[in-house]
Unconditional design. Sequence first.
Length: 407
Amino acid sequence: MEPEEVLSLLDDFGSPGTTGMAGSRFFGFVIGGALPAAMGANWLASAWDQCAGIFAASPVATVLEEVSLAWLLDVLGLPAGCGAGFVTGATMANFTGLAAARHSVLRRAGWDAERDGLFGAPPVEVLVGGEAHPSLKKALGMLGLGRDRVTSLPVDGQGRIVVEGLPELRGPAIVCIQAGNVNTGAFDPAREIIEWAHAAGAWVHVDGAFGLWAAVSPARAYLVAGYADADSWATDAHKWLNVPYDSGLAFVRDPEILRATMSISAAYLPTSEHREPSLYTPELSRRARGVEIWAALKSLGRSGLAEMIERDCRCATRFANGLATAGYEILNEVLLNQVLVAFGSAETTARVIEAVQADGTCWCGPTLWQGRTAMRISVSSWRTTEADVDRSLAAILRVAADVLARV
């Protein structure tokens, strides 16, 4: 088939199978839209068809990563000079940060994990919160640290790690904390946990897939107080920076540790005075992710990015207030962009969610939070306005009233 025919076929049969997640009333899965500048940059980078692994293959991709990295460290409040990898998403960002953690704690114990593998290595203790995201555990499994051998720390009703009674740490240890619980938006008490972990020589990794962006907002920056003292951080640019998919970020305080973990060399791979991207990520061949990150930051600027974050948080509060006023139960403290609401029993709540999705005004998904079935509303898009919230609220309340009338 000719290219035009292929695209026509794909449009005719593929487009009807898409969801409206790029729209202003898609509130599922903590998914942002794609800013116009970021989407255009994505198309342009695809047309350039660059392999962004080394400077010699793509000078523009390398330099835009360098510029973007400096801007990201600034707006996220992370230490200047951090190493970073531009990866596919939060799972690989967690993988990259935790790989650096594994390298560091085992090296201090006299073991080279990259050279000698894990057979015979000193055991590494890994501690996570009881509400850690499954992508974090998936990354631990891929690293050979195990999904089920972790120590799960107790959490409170919002999913925050409880600092009272933290266990004694012995030997190589990695502690994972969360900036923004995927259900409640809650933040672990970073200062206390990092102080306890570092006193024992442990590495602290932050899963901040969307919550780390709270640092950009003057009204929300208090939520990430103390997080900059950690050793590595993971986040998603396709969530709250609103760039297209396949754009995660891994930061490591000591760039040499990240480089030692991810380094690659071959006779045909040249080096230059520039930062070689392939030395900081699991991949050698990859697309030029830094192009759209640069475009998003350049188009929004610091004030525009802060306004977007703050508006989404205001919209979440608007949702919670409207639902609570109507008599429905809000299950979380709405401090960020996440709202959990129950409409009665698990069965009734599930019916409301199904009916809201069928109605089509907005899209909200189900979740199970500490034994309660709830509807989760995640406000993450640059497109969402107060008018979108009001329109969605009206639809949710109408649908819920109809469902409850038939219960």
